[in-house]
Design a protein around this ligand. Structure first.
Ligand code: AMP
Length: 213
């Protein structure tokens, strides 16, 4: 089964994707984390990527395309979920063509619909574990001890682009470039909308029910 998660920044895609991985064995392809790992490596490519991510803009299609096609070439998982991809129509076409080449097809596009007024609060309160990557929210999912990961005691950090200033650009990019992808999948009969405003557990139950896992 191959699925994509769609939704604005802060809609809970990453959290839900982690749950699908832990509970249902989905391979979690997280574009943003892969890009951040490339930046952390200090490579020249990473520096180029950072100039886009730090500004909240989309990384150019040729970089994303290479990453996706390489993954599809090497992937051997039965259940795959893409989180943070596709982010515009050109990327949706890259995915369709890439999957077709390997005789596959997308099963579900899961759209986490959320009240856009709440997004900024979700974003600026988001923290993640520098070691295991667990995502927290200072309001809705705080760690037991401030600044410390419940799983491994490592320090929690904030993403460089989770600021009010960069968020404005990220939301604009989402509205202008990513929202049209919803129509693309709606027309293909693959779009399924889940209300993302509920508790994490309720949303994950609705996702699992939809996928029949
Ligand atoms: P995310 O972790 O999904 O919030 O992504 C963080 C940032 O990485 C985005 O604001 C973009 O700059 C970049 N990014 C992530 N996924 C993509 C993608 N599919 N295409 C282009 N840029 C991306």
């Amino acid at each position: 089964m191959i699925i994509v998660f769609l939704g604005p920044p802060g809609s809970g895609k990453g959290t839900q994707a982690d749950i699908l991985h832990d509970n249902h064995g989905f391979f979690h392809f997280d574009t943003g984390s892969r890009l951040r790992a490339e930046i952390a490596s200090g490579s020249e490519l990473g520096q180029r990527i950072a100039s886009f991510t730090n500004a909240g803009k989309l990384v150019p299609i040729e970089i994303i395309k290479e990453m996706i096609l390489k993954f599809l070439r090497e992937a051997d998982a039965e259940r795959i979920m893409f989180d943070g991809f596709p982010r515009n129509l050109a990327q949706a076409e890259v995915l369709d063509e890439g999957l077709k080449e390997y005789g596959d097809d997308l099963d579900y596009a899961v759209y986490l619909e959320i009240d856009e007024d709440n997004l900024l609060a979700r974003i600026v309160n988001r923290r993640f574990c520098s070691k295991c990557g667990e995502i927290y929210n200072l309001i809705s999912k705080p760690p037991k001890q401030a600044g410390i990961c419940d799983n491994d005691g490592a320090e929690l950090t904030q993403r460089k682009d989770d600021t009010e200033e960069v968020f404005g650009t990220r939301l604009k990019v989402y509205l202008e470039e990513t929202k049209p992808v919803l129509d693309y999948y709606r027309q293909a009969g693959k779009l399924h909308t889940i209300d993302g405003d509920y508790d994490i557990e309720d949303v994950s139950r609705a996702v699992a029910e939809l996928l029949g896992v």
